[in-house]
Design a protein around this ligand. Structure first.
Ligand code: NAD
Ligand code: ZN
Length: 418
């Protein structure tokens, strides 16, 4: 326990959290040491646990008992404590605009604790608190070495792959029949196996039921604004799509000091909620009989300085680009499009010096950057609570899908122990 104690105390110092009550620390340490003791008995063994399996496109997930194989070379087995649902899971579950791959264990926004590590893993150990991330960081390729990219050669997102890269096999099975992985994370399972490069090691004092949303949506939106759109203080920013990702992009605009944040959504129910995130004006494209880019150009004397698209719909992507000001406007695409979507715009828009960019995961490198985003939450610079609108036990995971499909709330936390 000596090492663990000093590690935790170091973290406390680093985030100036002396106000943590001794009692909290003591109870945390007891919980933590129980986890380590309990877990050590499963190292090297196949674990049988519950997972929500998507057997067919669009059919409710079924909680099944699955076998989870031990982690292989450069892999880590993680006990998931909390997971949440992002719209990307829903797209691949519906498989309307994406390649179908079933049976599959979806899920990519989560927080968990390392149960065991495979050969070659040196920077994670049982008991470490981690956030799995759908795109990875090998730390060795040209992208990982570049300050400008998070598109790791080895571990960048591949939505069509359902197996581990080490041996092309799945670590999940039911009675010997393999079940496919999803974006290298598959967090709708009590235990999952993830490549070490797709795990961000975070402050063990950070509450996993909250910071789990930094594993995808919130970091994506925040980074899309802060790292890619980079609005200047006093500028105007349009956000297309006011789900959790879009509102995190709005939060980024607020942090950057934007003076006008224009929220665009087809669902007017989102507008009330969005006020809490600093969105100052609202546009529902359905209320106008002209393209929304024209509406925004009129509102802003020629266009916004920055726009961030967080809908996944091609029309919104095109509008988000065309609504930025000529000369300096920058649009950033975040939404995951239908696989056959084509972006069509006049090349004159580029000649007129509008810039179009896109991003995965807000350009954050999962292992190098995400621990600091967690600290932003711990230091109260970033509010996560306002994104967490619902909670369900794992046994009711399909309710989280219903809420997302109805457009209700932002993030639904799924508790694995309930
Ligand atoms: P969400 O469903 O909660 O929110 C999307 C919002 O967009 C909804 O409020 C919806 O009403 C609105 N919308 C849909 N079509 C629109 C249109 N044409 N014009 C205006 N508004 C429209 O989803 P979310 O979880 O916030 O995710 C948003 C998008 O970001 C999804 O496409 C998701 O797949 C994507 N995503 C991308 C990354 C990345 O790294 N690039 C990461 C996470 C999520
Ligand atoms: Zn890499």
């Amino acid at each position: 326990m000596e090492n663990i104690d000093s590690d935790v105390l170091k973290k406390i110092n680093s985030v100036h959290m002396f106000h943590y009550l001794k009692r909290d620390l003591a109870s945390h340490m007891i919980l933590y040491s129980n986890q380590v003791t309990k877990m050590s008995s499963t190292i090297g063994q196949v674990i049988r646990c519950k997972a929500a399996v998507a057997w067919e496109a669009g059919k409710p997930l079924v909680i099944e008992e699955v076998e989870v194989a031990p982690p292989q070379k450069m892999e880590v087995r993680v006990k998931i404590h909390f997971t949440s649902l992002c719209h990307t899971d829903v797209y691949f579950w519906e498989a309307k605009g994406q390649n179908p791959l079933f049976p599959r264990i979806l899920g990519h926004e989560a927080g968990g604790v390392v149960e065991s590590v495979g050969e070659g893993v040196t920077d994670l150990a049982p008991g470490d608190h981690v956030l799995p991330v759908f795109t990875g960081e090998c730390k060795e390729c040209a992208h990982c070495k570049s300050e400008e990219s998070n598109m790791c050669d080895l571990l960048r997102i591949n939505t069509d792959r359902g197996v581990m890269i080490h041996d092309g096999k799945s670590r999940f099975s039911i009675n010997g029949k393999p079940i496919f992985h999803f974006v290298g994370t598959s967090t709708f399972s009590e235990y999952t196996v993830v490549h070490v490069g797709c795990l961000a090691k975070i402050n063990p004092l950070a509450p996993l039921e909250k910071v789990c949303v930094l594993s995808c949506g919130i970091s994506t939106g925040l980074g899309a604004t802060l790292n890619v759109a980079k609005p200047k203080k006093g500028s105007s920013v349009a956000i297309f799509g006011l789900g959790a990702v879009g509102l995190a992009a709005a939060e980024g605009a607020r942090i950057a000091g934007a003076s006008r944040i224009i929220g665009v959504d087809l669902n007017s129910n989102r507008f009330e909620l969005a006020k809490k995130f600093g969105v100052t004006e609202f546009v529902n494209p359905k209320d106008y009989n002209k393209p929304v880019q024209e509406v925004i150009a009129e509102m802003t004397n020629g266009g916004v300085d920055r726009s961030v698209e967080c809908t996944g719909h091609i029309d919104a992507m095109i509008s988000a680009f065309e609504c930025v000001h000529d000369g300096w406007g920058v649009a950033v695409l975040v939404g995951v499009p239908h696989k056959d979507a084509v972006f069509k715009t006049s090349p004159l828009n580029f000649l007129n010096e509008k810039t179009l960019k896109g991003t995965f995961y807000g350009n954050y490198k999962p292992r190098s950057d995400i621990p600091a985003v967690v600290e932003q939450y711990m230091n109260k610079e970033l509010e996560l609570e306002k994104f967490l609108t619902h909670e369900v036990p794992f046994s009711e995971i399909n309710k989280a899908f219903d809420l997302m499909l109805k457009g209700e709330g932002l993030r639904c936390i799924i508790r694995m122990d309930a």
